[in-house]
Write a protein that binds this ligand. Structure first.
Ligand SMILES: Cc1cc2nc3c(=O)[nH]c(=O)nc-3n(C[C@H](O)[C@H](O)[C@H](O)COP(=O)(O)O)c2cc1C
Length: 189
């Protein structure tokens, strides 16, 4: 399996999780293909500041425009290990659950699902209504790992950085990438 992964970033809250995920993937020697939706730009600017998007782009190996449906990751013939969508908005969640390849992020996710590769989705909204839950169930049945960004409190995170690191590490693990020391494990190591 090639160590190449797609990272999708949407307009849900939690842009810092995307940054940490990209950093950990780089640390693990994984080639990343980043797609940031138009909706995410506002959230990133609000949460990471005006340089936020540039920091995300710098942390990735390759960056693709969400409008570029001719990018390599839009085709199943381009081999990847899968995709992490973090954070994932309810809009993108619903689009992925219904196979809407309306931008490069949702198209790449659809390709990952049809090719039976790993799709790890970190949906962020609270509280969740029935439509959100139905979309999560539908996506889970298509084979995605639904991994809401909730911290492992047993790891006793002391800071927000600790929490984000632990959550991102789990996204890597579910995508089949060893997060190494970023992840606190219960019991014997
Ligand atoms: C600061 C901010 C925070 C947001 N947080 C969330 C959120 O946690 N979950 C969510 O589903 N949408 C959230 N939204 C709304 C999405 O950004 C919006 O629905 C957008 O159209 C999603 O498009 P996308 O899925 O293409 O990124 C937020 C918007 C802003 C401006």
């Amino acid at each position: 399996m090639t160590s190449r992964l797609i990272v999708g970033v949407t307009g849900a809250s939690g842009s810092v999780l995307a940054l940490e995920t990209l950093r950990q993937l780089r640390g693990a020697g994984v080639e990343t293909h980043l797609v940031v939706t138009n909706g995410a730009r506002m959230t990133i600017a609000h949460e990471l500041g005006s340089e936020g998007l540039a920091r995300l782009n710098e942390a990735a190996t390759h960056v693709h425009s969400p409008r570029n449906l001719a990018a390599p990751i839009a085709s199943g013939s381009f081999r990847t290990a899968g995709m992490i969508v973090a954070p994932c908005s309810m809009r993108s969640l619903a689009a992925m659950a219904h196979g809407l390849g309306d931008n490069l992020l949702t198209r790449a996710a659809d390709v990952v699902l049809k090719e039976k590769r790993r799709l790890v989705v970190a949906p962020r909204e609270a509280p969740l209504h029935e439509g959100h839950l139905e979309a999560m169930l539908k996506l889970a049945r298509l084979g995605a790992v639904i991994a809401p960004p909730t911290p492992p409190f047993y790891a006793r995170p002391a800071t927000m950085e600790d929490m984000v690191r632990e959550i991102a590490a789990r996204l890597l693990q579910w995508a089949g990438i060893d997060p190494g020391e970023s992840m606190t494990r219960w019991g014997w190591r």
